[in-house]
Ligand binder design. Structure first.
Ligand code: FES
Length: 201
């Protein structure tokens, strides 16, 4: 039976190298294409494209649903965590590299708690692997990746694994937990780009 920390086969390694090269090439092409696009926008639109806060109404998210938005050119996940998902955050602690989120650069202070969130039911994170920047796969169901997979995020590029709070598992090539962006919650309205401690704009 495969285990959670299995070493990948040579075929898997080759597939990952191809994927990494394709991702790098795609990223360069996208970066080149985005510059004329941003330059052609009106000033307010340009500010938004280059990093102004964005607002997302989370009221319609169903339990377990993951939504992807873009902020400062990066994908950001918004996950409506279920009670079962939250209970698993505690049970996986001993398998994590940094269960208490001690690396200050990876989250604002108000998200340095076991759920890594302002409201534990709503998880917000930049969805780029902290190894080389691939976008991991959302795999919330236990057993869906490997026999003892507890549910979380799996990066297919080089096999990094994260729990449902974006905390990296021991043995992953990714060195740190996923990055939590600054954000505010105003009821069900999520504002990404403003710190929770900032006065509302
Ligand atoms: S980019 Fe290497 S494991 Fe995710």
């Amino acid at each position: 039976m495969s285990t959670f920390d299995d070493v990948q086969s040579p075929a898997d390694e080759e597939r990952r190298k191809l994927l990494a090269r394709a991702t790098a090439a795609g990223g360069l092409a996208l970066a080149g294409a985005s510059l004329p696009f941003v330059a052609s926008l009106a000033p307010s639109e340009r500010a938004r494209a280059q990093g102004a806060p964005i607002e997302v109404d989370t009221a319609m998210l169903k339990p377990g649903e993951l939504k992807t938005v873009e902020w400062r050119g990066k994908p950001v996940w918004i996950l409506a965590r279920t009670p079962a998902m939250l209970s698993r955050l505690e049970s996986v602690r001993s398998h994590l590299t940094d269960p208490d989120s001690t690396v200050a650069s990876q989250q604002p202070e108000y998200a340095r708690n076991p759920a890594r969130a302002i409201n534990s039911e709503l998880f917000v994170t930049i969805s780029l692997c902290t190894h080389l920047g691939c976008v991991p796969t959302y795999a919330p169901e236990p057993g869906s990746i490997e026999g003892d997979w507890p549910g979380g995020f799996y990066c297919p590029c080089h096999g990094s694994k994260f729990d449902l709070a974006g905390r990296v598992y021991k043995g992953s090539p990714a060195p740190t937990n996923l990055v939590i962006p600054p954000y505010q919650l105003r009821g069900s309205l999520l504002v990404i780009g403003y710190d929770a401690t900032d006065a509302p704009a």
